[in-house]
Write a protein that binds this ligand. Structure first.
Ligand SMILES: Cc1cc2nc3c(=O)[nH]c(=O)nc-3n(C[C@H](O)[C@H](O)[C@H](O)COP(=O)(O)O)c2cc1C
Length: 195
């Protein structure tokens, strides 16, 4: 197992042309979405955006409280149904905002819905201060038999998300990956070549 992962790491396994990949992600305020779109533009993966049935509030403080409570209760919010079968993919890129030091609640739901035994997961996240380690721990806990590749974290462009939602043109942002800095893009490209 270890040797096959080492092999992957050396040759950019996740990006190899004959591999079929999906990008599955949750994004409440588009930072992770922008990263997911950029990844898709490079990897040609299927893009699957997770949506929750009962929307979260826009207010940051209210949301922070909810996220913490959901984490403490191991709560899994209901998701709008998606067409996804882990067996269809060689690599699953899994994207989340960092919430309370770990994955966001909708990702918890997603990981509990399928069998990821021996599936390859490449995690990515956006954050304002924490690295991806907390998310990796959560993913490992929920998918103990998956092969988890090295992840990447990118600092969010929009820190105060409620203000951002009010001030910006959401549709424009949703389709524009230029909100990533060239340093971010370089880092993402390097990561994709390594995993
Ligand atoms: C409820 C909540 C909890 C958060 N917790 C953390 C955290 O623990 N560490 C951190 O670095 N960023 C934290 N953030 C910031 C988000 O990770 C960051 O803004 C992220 O880019 C949001 O992604 P999105 O725009 O795709 O939803 C938190 C944001 C929210 C809304």
């Amino acid at each position: 197992m270890l040797s096959s992962l080492t092999y992957c790491a050396q040759f950019g396994f996740a990006r190899t042309e004959d591999k079929k990949s999906a990008i599955v992600y949750y994004s409440r305020t588009l930072n992770t979405h922008i990263l997911a779109k950029y990844l898709q533009s490079i990897t040609n993966s299927d893009l699957i955006s997770l949506q929750i049935i009962n929307p979260y509030p826009n207010d940051f403080d209210a949301m922070s409280k909810i996220a913490k409570e959901e984490r403490d209760r191991n709560f899994k919010p209901k998701l709008v149904s998606i067409e996804f079968n882990p067996n269809d993919y060689d690599v699953i890129f899994l994207g989340t905002p960092v919430w309370a030091g770990g994955i966001s609640s909708p990702i918890r739901t997603f990981l509990s819905m399928y069998d990821f035994n021996s599936k390859v997961i490449a995690p990515f996240c956006t954050q304002v201060k924490d690295n991806i380690e907390g998310c990796i721990k959560d993913i490992q806990f929920l998918t103990p038999n998956a092969k988890i590749l090295k992840g990447i974290d990118i600092q969010a462009t929009f820190e105060k998300d409620d203000k951002f939602l009010k001030d910006k043109n959401k549709n424009y942002l949703a389709n524009n990956t230029n909100y990533l800095t060239s340093k971010d893009k370089q880092e993402i490209n390097l990561w994709l070549n390594k995993i």
